[in-house]
Design a binder for this molecule. Structure first.
Ligand code: GDP
Ligand code: MG
Length: 461
């Protein structure tokens, strides 16, 4: 039998079909690194490293998994990266080593992972993803991949305020768990950052898909008013409750944020973290050794980290109720970078529009995959030649399935937007069909066999 060359897939549409790019051969934490996926350009717009991001999110073993994106955001030099490195320890211990022994590690082991401290040199702003994704299975059987996101803001001049707000906004839009890292207490100023999302949330809710965001975890560092509220989740809950009460005569905007924040996030939580001790806070030689950290801090880490990252507590990202898979997340990165690159912050309705477009694009991609799978099964490499009429029948069947998949997905942006993407989908499917036809034709049996048979008979005779 003739060997047929592998059908070359087009990279049609707007979804890149990148080849599998292996990340790290080793799974040890030491071989991982923070990949800077979003970085600022000198003109204060932001640049997306599409190649690095695609290499991670389109990995063959990850692209179809739902994502759990855990981000830590907030002001500069408040221990965000330091904390993330404990997250890494826990994730590595739980999902790679499959959990024997103590996840916090030995007393004298320096802390590895996202770089913290950074010395005197100014870090660049932007978003980083840890290069090693962690695979997990939820209790309902859903296969997910956990991605850790570090954010960096700058601190030194007014011109960077815009950058900081942008980094905060991007990380909130892209994560399923946003950890809002605050120093010492929840202040009114911290509310300002959230205003954009409450407005966005109001608009998105009109689309009828439930709350637009999953979890907002406030994390107060160096909490010291323990006679008012105790360290940990319970003290945090009480503080948050108090803080959400609307004080008499408060500015209308802030009242609205307080009111609306609960309708934007499926879950709102607060945790009060003790001071890590003077060695952590002040000693320039501190390298993250557990033995140098205040026991109270370690105790709180043991409460906080599993609360966020244990298998039963993972929160996958959803948009319009549908799980966002790794390959969809790439579309959202592109969409949000597109709208957050101006000198002004985008309006909530612009962000919503971008979300709706990415949402439709991901539905198109899913429908295309449905079509491909059907056609591949009917007429792919291993299948025999079929007549054009037979192939056409398969095409129609597969196309109907794909259209049904597209239409049954709840999508942001209304019918009009969905129709235009449906038109695009049909065009793409017709293109695919042409390829399948050409491939099928290449399998058509040729009438060259007869003389060979005669020759064989002649030889035998
Ligand atoms: P980031 O800029 O928010 O990522 O902050 P880093 O994680 O780089 O930490 C900045 C400095 O704060 C480091 O010197 C840490 O040792 C120290 N640090 C880490 N966690 C805490 C904390 O909870 N409280 C205090 N006071 N310092 C911390
Ligand atoms: Mg940092």
């Amino acid at each position: 039998q003739l060997e047929h060359p592998q059908r070359i897939r087009s990279s049609g549409g707007r979804i890149p079909h990148l080849k599998y790019l292996p990340i790290a051969a080793s799974e040890s934490l030491a071989s991982g690194r923070g990949i800077q996926v979003v970085s600022p350009s000198p003109d204060h717009s932001f640049h997306l490293d599409l190649e690095a991001l695609s290499a991670l999110l389109l990995r063959e073993d990850l692209k179809d998994r739902a994502v759990v994106v855990v981000s830590v955001a907030g002001a500069f030099r408040k221990g965000k990266s330091f904390l993330l490195d404990f997250f890494l320890r826990y994730l590595h211990h739980t999902y790679i080593l499959e959990g024997s022994g103590d996840w916090l590690g030995s007393e004298d082991e320096p802390l590895r992972g996202f770089s913290w401290r950074g010395g005197s040199k100014r870090d660049t702003t932007g978003l980083l993803l840890w290069s090693q994704p962690f695979k997990a299975t939820l209790s309902n059987g859903e296969k997910v991949v956990i991605l850790l996101m570090d954010t960096q803001g700058t601190f030194d001049s007014m011109s960077t305020v815009h950058d900081n707000v942008t980094v905060f906004a991007l990380s909130t839009m892209l994560s399923s768990v946003q950890i809002y890292n605050l120093s010492q207490n929840i202040e009114e100023d911290d509310l300002q950052q959230l205003q954009l999302f409450t407005e966005y949330g109001r608009l998105a809710a009109r689309g009828g898909g439930g709350k637009p965001f999953q979890k907002l975890q406030m994390l107060v560092r160096d909490w010291s008013f323990t006679s008012d509220y105790a360290y940990g989740a319970e003290g945090g809950r009480q503080l948050l409750e108090k803080w959400l009460e609307i004080p008499e005569g408060q500015h209308e905007d802030l009242q609205a944020v307080r009111r609306d924040i609960t309708s934007c996030f499926e879950e709102l939580a607060c945790f009060l973290m003790p001071h890590p001790g003077l060695i952590v806070a002040r000693n320039p030689k501190f390298d993250g050794k557990i033995s140098d950290i205040d026991p109270e801090f370690k105790k709180s880490l043991r409460e906080l980290v599993p609360m966020l990252l244990a298998p039963q507590n993972l929160v996958p990202k959803r948009i319009q109720g549908a799980a966002v898979r790794a390959r969809d997340l790439l579309l959202y990165f592109k969409a949000y970078l597109g709208v957050f690159n101006g000198t002004e912050l985008p309006q909530p309705k612009t962000i919503l529009q971008a979300t709706a477009e990415a949402n439709n694009l991901s539905a198109v991609a899913e429908a295309r995959a449905t079509y491909d799978a059907q056609m591949e099964e009917a007429s792919g490499g291993a299948q025999p030649y079929m007549t054009p009429a037979q192939l056409d029948k398969e095409h129609r069947r597969a196309r109907d399935k794909a259209l049904e998949a597209f239409r049954s997905r709840r999508k942001l942006g209304g019918q009009e937007l969905a129709s235009s993407y449906e038109t695009q989908l049909i065009k793409e499917l017709d293109e695919e069909y042409k390829e399948f036809s050409a491939h099928n034709e290449s399998k058509k049996p040729r009438m060259t066999g007869t003389p060979v048979v005669f020759a064989g008979v002649a030889l035998l005779g």
